[in-house]
Design a protein around this ligand. Structure first.
Ligand code: NAP
Length: 467
């Protein structure tokens, strides 16, 4: 199975005539955008195997985007069109490390693009983090979104006060889910187990803790506006916190100016006596979670803001401390990538080391041939869904360039790979299988007026996919 190279009139480089075979590992937004660009830009024939450890595609669009943000999930229509291309084959329920090794992929494909996202969560590393009642916001998100990894998690919602560490969009998402009445959530595609638990929830106040000031929040204007528009939730901000704000600086974006302006408005807006409250605190840094059998309080150090040598606004402790009561603590301080067997990993940044998508060998500092990354595992957990498009395109451009400059040796190919998967992991879910899961979820939700009623158990998904 050799590769024929013929000259291309438009380019001094040869063009491959045999299919270029690429494995894309991870069927989230970055994986789909990588497929899209390969289909559009490969100079010759191309075959893409899109592999995911779950039977369902779409990554965080399915298991990260909040259930009350259905319109954002409409992007999956674009992904459906990409998957419908006959040059793309979806292999769901196939896990790298369990069913496949890195070497297998290199034997069967000319190139591999890892788009596996960030599977774990950052930790504060402070005393009491392991106490019951403290969890990562990402686990809570996976739980309410029916992710199979979190389906058996339990969150004690019997107390009234939750504290969320961090002021990013995930912090706002989890706060909104905790403060939204159950009857409203029941119209979404939230997991049944989460709907049942939140219907019994006593949480009435959520306090977000910002390490730095209002000008440094990570959440964005539409998400804050959405909260501000709620007439069933009071938003409480100490006006004093707004006065101590660090300057925005001359290069502050318009979005950031508008966020600060809205926070200023909210700080002086009179409370309306709502029975649910969102409190936003600034310049507080958790130093310990305390409690006997479970978390009861968060000890915070007050901070002040300074510019460091690089001009970045940083928080420095002032020496004063405060105890905040908490019945539930969720830390929303960012996701983190996990190492894949056989693939380099940067344990400090939690990403696969790379240069614009080319995987870099940490010892030699050189690009590893035929290995690429895209999405959060390439750049870290930042940006919105659309950010993954230029990110994945950059990676695919690098791959196509490399394939033309250094045409790779022959590989075993897609048909043989499909046979390998059947031997190693019997229950491979095709895109048609996923479409059966999708149809069943939509049908289950219809009678209750919900967009879908999700499966969270992999065995249930496989049963439907194979029906
Ligand atoms: P994020 O945007 O990076 O926010 C993390 C927050 O944690 C920041 O406020 C950060 O504060 C804080 N933090 C980090 N270390 C801390 C520490 N040691 N102590 C106290 N606070 C600490 O992460 P995210 O909220 O997980 O979101 C991830 C990405 O997904 C973001 O790009 C986000 O916009 C996106 N997302 C978007 C949506 C949406 O569009 N609706 C929804 C969810 C997520 P400092 O900056 O001061 O360190």
């Amino acid at each position: 199975m050799g590769r024929t190279l013929i000259p291309d009139a438009r380019s001094p480089l040869p063009v491959m005539t045999d299919p270029l075979r690429v494995a894309v590992v991870g069927a989230g937004p970055a994986g789909f955008y990588a497929c899209e660009h390969l289909l559009a830009e490969a100079p010759g024939a191309v075959e893409v195997s899109l592999i995911d450890r779950l039977p369902t595609p779409f990554g965080l669009v399915r298991s990260g985007v909040a259930p009350d943000h259905q319109s954002i999930k409409g992007v999956t229509r674009v992904y459906d069109r990409i998957a419908a291309d006959p040059r793309v084959t979806f292999h769901g329920n196939v896990e790298h490390g369990r069913d496949l090794r890195h070497d297998d992929l290199l034997a069967y494909f000319h190139a591999v693009i890892y788009c596996v996202g960030c599977r774990s969560f950052r930790h504060l590393g402070i005393p009491g983090e392991a106490l019951p009642g403290r969890a990562s916001a990402g686990d809570f998100v996976g739980w309410y979104n029916a992710h199979p990894d979190q389906r058996t998690r339990r969150f004690d919602l019997s107390g009234e006060r939750a504290v969320v560490v961090g002021v990013g969009n995930v912090a706002l998402d989890v706060a909104r889910m905790l403060l939204t009445p159950a009857e409203v959530l029941a119209t979404t595609d939230m997991a049944d187990h989460a709907l049942a638990a939140l219907a019994q929830s006593n949480i009435r106040e959520v306090t977000l803790l910002g390490l730095r000031g209002p000008a440094q929040v990570a959440f964005t204007l539409p998400e804050l506006k959405e909260f501000a528009a709620r007439d069933d939730i009071d938003i409480v901000i100490d006006p004093q916190d707004m006065k101590e704000d660090a300057t925005l600086g001359p290069d502050a974006s318009r979005g950031r100016e508008q966020v600060v302006a809205l926070l200023n408005e909210l700080a002086v807006r009179p409370e309306r006596g709502c029975d649910r409250r969102l409190v936003i605190r600034f310049m507080v840094s958790p130093v310990a979670f305390t409690g006997d059998d479970r978390v009861r309080e968060v000890e915070v150090a007050h901070t002040e803001l300074q510019h460091n040598a690089d001009g970045v606004v940083v928080a420095r402790p002032t020496g004063s401390r405060e105890m905040l009561p908490a019945d539930l603590v969720l830390t929303a301080i960012g996701y983190r990538g996990s190492a894949l067997p056989g693939v380099p990993f940067d344990p400090i940044r939690g990403v696969i080391p790379n240069d614009r998508g080319r995987v870099i060998d940490p010892v030699s500092g050189k690009a590893r041939p035929r290995e690429y990354v895209a999405g959060w595992i390439k750049r870290g957990p930042s940006g919105v869904i659309g950010t993954n498009k230029p990110d994945a395109y950059e990676t695919v451009d690098a791959l196509l360039h490399d394939m033309q400059v250094h045409p790779p040796d022959p590989v075993l190919g897609g048909d043989v790979f499909a046979r390998l998967l059947q031997e190693r992991c019997g229950d491979v879910v095709s895109y048609a299988g996923w479409e059966r899961i999708n149809a069943a979820e939509i049908a289950r939700g219809e009678s209750a007026g919900r967009p879908r009623d999700k499966f969270s158990d992999i065995d249930d998904m496989i049963e439907v996919a194979e029906a």
